[in-house]
Design a binder for this molecule. Structure first.
Ligand code: AHM
Ligand code: MG
Length: 282
């Protein structure tokens, strides 16, 4: 596992560098979920693939930018599922974006997720690594990542980060969002889940939601390489997660590599509020 974390450190430095100087334009390809790929999406995917190529413990790679699973080493123990550049459509406005990695043992299922990591390319290069508990690291002047602190969510936070086109929200979701605002929560939403979830986590809590909408009843965010890696970090930080009705995002069964789900990540108190308003599925 350590060699996987070390590889992600190298990847983070390379992608961060590419973001500063590489071409911001689009390719003429769409990825599996129908997004037109930016040259930076493809470049980040290439950097990650090249860095993992010689890592013996990695059996295969699953990427937002690859249609199929890519086999690396038949005898490897881990599958690395990743979003090479989350929030890439915000690079042109110079917002913080990131990469997300879920590390699965033997096969791709929620219960086999054994570690996750995300990197965030902001004014500083940071990385959160989580096996038993989430730990924040930051790149120092000497080119090494230094440990900053353990990350822990409080019982209840103050931030409300909710995505998707509001016109497509259900009345239930609208009620949840308004309830939090009426309780004094503040809106924080950039449109890059790495940055938005990083903010809620580092500021101690709140709710990040990407609900089902009328045009996307299964949500937008992808289970294997966006949702579960963050669910792992939030639950290990003392928070809670749900698809709106479930007791945890880990109840999800992965049936397709690019499967999506509505998702909610937060402190325990906000997820309780979610359940009071959404109710349980009958
Ligand atoms: P991406 O992986 O193609 O960048 O798309 C995922 C992003 C998330 O980072 C973010 O939470 C969401 O899409 C924003 O979507 P919306 O603009 O509909 O709120
Ligand atoms: Mg993404």
């Amino acid at each position: 596992m350590q060699e996987i974390f070390k590889t992600i450190e190298n990847i983070a430095i390379k992608i961060s560098d590419a973001l500063k100087y590489a071409d911001l334009g689009y390719t003429d390809h769409k990825n599996q979920t129908g997004d037109t790929q930016l040259k930076l999406d493809v470049l980040s995917d290439e950097i990650i693939t090249a860095e993992f190529k010689d890592v013996k413990s990695v059996k295969s790679l699953i990427s937002e930018e690859k249609t199929d699973e890519e086999l690396l080493n038949e005898d490897g123990e881990y599958i690395v599922a990743y979003d090479p550049l989350d929030g890439s459509s915000l690079v042109d406005v110079n917002f913080a974006v990131g990469s997300i990695f879920g590390i699965y043992k033997k096969s791709l299922s929620a219960k086999n997720l054994v570690a996750s990591v995300y990197t965030i390319y902001g004014p500083r290069l940071e990385m959160v690594v989580c096996k038993d508990s989430p730990k924040l690291y930051r790149l120092k002047r000497d080119g090494e990542f230094g440990f900053v602190r353990e990350l822990k969510l409080q019982e209840k936070g103050k931030l409300n980060a909710t995505g998707a086109t509001q016109k497509g929200w259900s009345d239930t979701h609208r009620k949840l969002v308004n309830t939090l605002f009426e309780r004094g929560y503040r809106l924080r939403y950039s449109g890059a889940m790495v940055s938005d979830l990083h903010q809620v986590l580092l500021k101690g809590g709140g709710l990040f939601s990407y609900p089902a909408t009328s045009d996307a009843p299964k949500g937008k965010l992808r289970v294997s390489f966006e949702v579960l890696p963050f669910a792992f970090i939030y639950e290990k930080a003392g928070g809670a997660t749900s698809d709106g009705f479930s007791n945890s995002l880990f109840d999800i069964e992965i049936k397709e590599l690019h499967q999506t789900t509505p998702c909610f990540f937060g402190s325990v108190d906000e997820i309780e509020t979610l359940h009071q308003i959404y109710g349980k599925k009958s």
